[in-house]
Ligand binder design. Structure first.
Ligand SMILES: *[C@@H]1O[C@H](CO)[C@@H](O)[C@H](O)[C@H]1NC(C)=O
Ligand SMILES: *[C@@H]1O[C@H](CO)[C@@H](O)[C@H](O)[C@H]1NC(C)=O
Ligand SMILES: *[C@@H]1O[C@H](CO)[C@@H](O)[C@H](O)[C@H]1NC(C)=O
Length: 411
């Protein structure tokens, strides 16, 4: 054992293994990448690719699991080497799949889950490396949200009672109402949110009701526009590499077995390879660039860290508007941070793709003016419809053209 200047001060010597940062440090079977798309539109084809470096070892098997159930194995010694097992949501084309790379010509909602690839080496070493990634299946709504329940005419003071319904989607849409382009506060008492309806195909429709008495204030130039927006947030979480800190240098070479490499996952930087207890861990987690920016979280031994360990950092911005979020982690190493003599550090980045679809705007016009009720200048004479009624003002609702489908780019 090397002598170390701090050893007389500290009983414990800790070693940080930033394994991915040291690719040449160990010569043994290594997982290079588990590549599974994080978000797939239902019906799309996918590649599930598992790549590894055997180094000096011999391949025994490659196994793929979904939610801990094996559905594929590749054993060079078997004939044929690649075999698949029936599992809901798994559709493998064996003719195009080979070794760790699997081709699925289609997907369905049951394809959603955690995919794990395990690569094992032959005797006498029998090492296994594995990594997993989550795949979510999305279904975009096929049409804009619809406004239901409109009557052809409303009088001032009459209750406007509308219902917005989203087309089936996965995940469920979040709905919003806009009156004259202004969002109705989510907690407004004008809104009622019946439960989402789930269909057997794994799709959801959501409904949001809007109820309010029509008043003059709702009219601008004699018109009121009501619109509903459906927002589908397709969030997924990427994990960083995991950094293992042990209290013994002996463990250093062998702990590479369970690492989970993620190409577009967040990166940990600034860690040293060795720490003494009482020293300060001061590291940054940096997300891949994305728009909207990713949200970062730090974990010690799979538990989210205390807020006082976190150090906010300014994001890195790019000319095209994308951003890399940065979050620092700083704490003094204590022996209580160790579980079974090791401490694992990890960071996650959550990315969301936000898809918005807006209903056709409903234009509500004041059709008839009751002199005593209305300011004349509020009325747009050209848009006045209908006949005078004894009861006074009536409102004519017309549908005008659709506007927006805003799809924010992501990643
Ligand atoms: C996965 O592997 C296949 C076959 O080698 C290749 O054609 C495909 O581009 C790979 N896909 C990804 C995302 O790496
Ligand atoms: C973390 O990032 C900040 C910039 O945001 C930098 O000043 C600091 O040196 C970084 N720390 C480490 C440990 O890399
Ligand atoms: C270091 O690890 C060993 C072996 O797991 C354990 O017995 C010991 O208690 C650890 N020491 C400290 C200070 O955590």
């Amino acid at each position: 054992m090397r002598s170390h200047g701090y050893q007389h001060l500290r009983m414990l010597r800790v070693v940080v293994l930033a394994l991915l940062a040291l690719p040449q440090a160990t010569v043994s079977l290594k997982l290079r990448e588990v590549s599974v798309p994080a978000v797939v539109i239902k019906g799309d084809d996918v590649w599930l690719n598992c790549t590894y470096d055997l180094e000096k070892e011999t391949l025994y098997s490659i196994k793929w699991h979904k939610n801990n159930v094996e559905f594929y194995r590749y054993i060079p010694a078997d004939n044929p080497p690649g075999q698949k097992y029936e599992l809901d949501g798994i559709h493998i084309d064996l003719t195009r799949s080979s070794e760790g790379n699997i081709y699925m010509p289609t997907t369905d909602v049951n394809s959603e889950g955690i995919y794990r690839c395990e690569v094992s080496s032959e005797a006498p070493i029998f090492r296994t490396v594995k990594g997993e990634r989550e795949m979510r299946i999305y279904v975009n709504p096929s049409t804009k949200p619809q406004i239901l329940g409109t009557k052809p005419h409303y009088g001032i003071g009459e209750t406007v009672n509308l219902k917005c319904q989203s087309a089936p989607s996965r995940p469920a849409a979040v709905l919003k109402w806009l009156i004259n382009g202004l969002e109705v506060e989510p907690r407004s008492n004008k809104l009622r949110r019946p439960p989402d309806v789930e269909y057997p195909a794994g799709l959801f429709t959501s409904t949001l009701e809007l109820t309010f008495p029509a008043t003059h204030d709702h009219f601008i130039d004699g018109k009121m526009t009501v619109q509903c927006e459906a927002i589908i947030s397709q969030a997924h979480t990427l994990r960083s590499e995991e950094i293992t800190i042990t209290n013994s240098t002996r463990a250093s070479a062998a702990t590479s077995s369970d690492m989970d490499t993620m190409k577009d996952g967040p990166k940990i930087s600034g860690g040293k390879h060795e720490y003494q207890v009482g020293e300060t861990v001061d590291v940054n987690c940096t997300a891949s660039k994305s728009q909207p920016p990713a949200e970062l979280h730090w974990y010690i031994n799979d538990k989210e860290v205390r807020p006082d360990y976190l150090v906010p950092r300014p994001p890195i911005t790019y000319p095209n508007g994308e951003e890399s979020t940065v979050l620092g982690l700083r704490f003094e190493v204590k022996s209580r941070h160790f579980q079974k003599s090791e401490m694992r550090l990890r960071c996650t980045a959550t990315l969301s793709e936000v898809k918005k679809m807006t209903s056709e705007p409903l234009e509500v016009e004041i059709a008839q003016q009751q002199r005593s009720d209305l300011h004349v200048d509020q009325v747009n004479a050209e848009s006045v419809h209908g006949r005078s009624t004894a009861s006074g003002v009536s409102i004519h609702i017309t549908k005008s053209l659709l506007i927006a489908l805003a799809l924010l780019p992501w990643l």
